[in-house]
Design a protein around this ligand. Structure first.
Ligand code: NAP
Length: 248
């Protein structure tokens, strides 16, 4: 039977590229999205065209009831889970910290941190040998922002990704003896819609001079790292924070 991968935020950007590469490698796919049903169904149809079993499930992963419904849909369709890619994430308009309010911090931490914690919890219940599972892999999407801090742009987002790094380190130790590897990928500046959410669609053109490789990255280049961490080739890799940032 094919291995089953659940990708949150699979309708666009890095999540969609990961879905495409995973389908090419034969994974069965549970594709989560938030608002963009049209985009999610395009990704779904491409996976099905490649011959893999796949479903698309709408859920705001920052909401506990919706995250639970996502996993119920996964159970119904596949009855197993081998890989969770905690990819769903967002940022808001570029601001200095003293200009931000608590409602924004709740949204940013909710989508980036609580959503990843909820999905990791549900994945562990299904994967852990402690709960009768067969093990698996969790890959969290952190960001180079976790170590750069994103001053003048979105320190809240950077701090949320810092929390993802800490969760990755702790969880890798907590469930390593139960057959589960936990790792994070920390992309640098990648060509996706996320920069427009910050109010600067061309942000990469401004910051790419600070990237040693001299360019922004493609979503598929991040997907390659995610698929490697999911694979048997990474069987002794856990608790790693893998920078995919062109050396920045
Ligand atoms: P993107 O193009 O903006 O896509 C974001 C995806 O996340 C979309 O599929 C969106 O769904 C989904 N999403 C957002 N909030 C959600 C929620 N509450 N529940 C479920 N799904 C949600 O972003 P991206 O650039 O591909 O980023 C993917 C991940 O990589 C994020 O965690 C991001 O922080 C991280 N990252 C990106 C970069 C970069 O330069 N692009 C750099 C470092 C880290 P809808 O389309 O349905 O709204």
């Amino acid at each position: 039977m094919s291995k089953v991968m659940l990708i949150t935020g699979a309708s666009r950007g890095i999540g969609a590229a990961t879905a495409q590469l995973a389908a090419e490698r034969g994974y069965a796919l549970c594709l989560n999205y938030h608002h963009r049903e049209d985009a999610a169904h395009q990704v779904l149809h491409e996976a099905q065209r490649l011959g893999v079993q796949a479903i698309a499930v709408q859920a705001d992963v920052s909401r506990e009831d919706e995250a639970l419904d996502l996993f119920t849909a996964l159970d119904r369709e596949f009855g197993r889970l081998d890989v969770l890619v905690n990819n769903a994430g967002m940022l808001e308009r570029q601001l200095r910290l003293e200009q931000m309010d608590a409602a924004r911090w709740n949204r940013v931490l909710g989508a980036n941190v609580i959503g990843s914690f909820l999905c990791a919890r549900e994945a562990i219940k299904r994967m852990s040998t402690r709960h009768g599972g067969h093990g698996g892999a969790i890959i969290n999407l952190s960001s180079a922002a976790a170590r750069l801090g994103a001053p003048g742009e979105y320190i809240d987002y950077a701090a949320a990704k810092g929390a993802i790094d800490s969760m990755t380190l702790g969880l890798a130790k907590e469930v390593g003896g139960e057959g589960i590897r936990v790792n994070a990928v920390r992309p640098g500046v990648i060509y996706t819609d996320i920069h427009a959410s910050g109010g600067e669609p061309d942000r990469i053109e401004r910051v790419k001079t600070s990237v040693p490789l001299g360019r922004g990255g493609a979503a598929r280049e991040v997907a390659e790292a995610i698929l490697w961490l999911a694979s048997e080739g990474a069987s002794y890799t856990s608790g790693a924070l893998l920078d995919v940032s062109g050396g920045r």
